[in-house]
Design a protein around this ligand. Sequence first.
Ligand SMILES: Nc1ncnc2c1ncn2[C@@H]1O[C@H](COP(=O)(O)OP(=O)(O)OP(=O)(O)O)[C@@H](O)[C@H]1O
Ligand SMILES: [Mg+2]
Length: 263
Amino acid sequence: MSAAGSTPAPGAAKPLICLSGVEKAFAGRPVLRGVDLDVLPGETMVILGGSGSGKSVTLRHIVGLLKPDRGVVRVDGEPVQDLDEDELIPVRRKVGFLFQGGALFDSMDVFDNIAFPLREAGWDEERIAARVPEVLRLVDLEPDVARQMPDALSGGMRKRVALARAIAVNPQAILYDEPTTGLDPVTSTTINELIRSMQRRLGVTSVVVTHDIDSAFKVGDRIAFLCGGRIAFLGTVAEARTTTDARLRAFLEGRPHEEFGTC
Ligand SMILES: Nc1ncnc2c1ncn2[C@@H]1O[C@H](COP(=O)(O)OP(=O)(O)OP(=O)(O)O)[C@@H](O)[C@H]1O
Ligand SMILES: [Mg+2]
């Protein structure tokens, strides 16, 4: 394991996603105070942190939806904060985003929801018609779900459809914002297994943002704990379980900690 922001050891894989000294304030209130994080190709990095600690803000920086006040965000070596909306299109094809809450288009059926990013990427309709059932199968949904409207689906099915949409263009990385929040424990388990199987079957790099500790330990290879606007802990799942870091221990055990005021 390398420490956050440190130079990888010679021969180590080049990070696919790299945040370096990222600072972000809203209306003068700092949220990120210097986030350093390298995500290696093929790994599942979990960002754990309290509500309002800046987890979603961190993810939004990776796909250029937010620009840092200071610092650098690189995807595959490219500094995304310098790119305009047109230049960001290839980055967003490389990095799929599963938004907090799913965010399906309610006026479109499942087929058109999944087809949306493919049409944006210029795929022809014949290729799209073949791809939609393929990605539905990858998330363990029957092809006939394609003609349903999102309103008719359960929360767990909506998450699967959102995941199918995120993987449709074959991204190298997927960012998951709270993939299990609001789901019952059984459905949460199946979504966690799906995240793992995306990694295994597609070799995809994942960043999973959550405050669900159980999910974090199930899906993660490494855990980054966001607290006080910085990565306060970075290590493997095994290292997180046995950490002596007082803030992470308190968070894992659901105890208050005086520094959580800034988490
Ligand atoms: N676009 C924005 N404009 C102003 N403030 C924002 C904006 N986006 C986020 N914030 C603020 O930044 C802080 C961190 O927000 P963020 O959504 O990243 O938290 P989070 O860690 O994802 O929390 P949760 O677990 O509740 O989703 C919050 O105080 C939020 O109000
Ligand atoms: Mg959030």
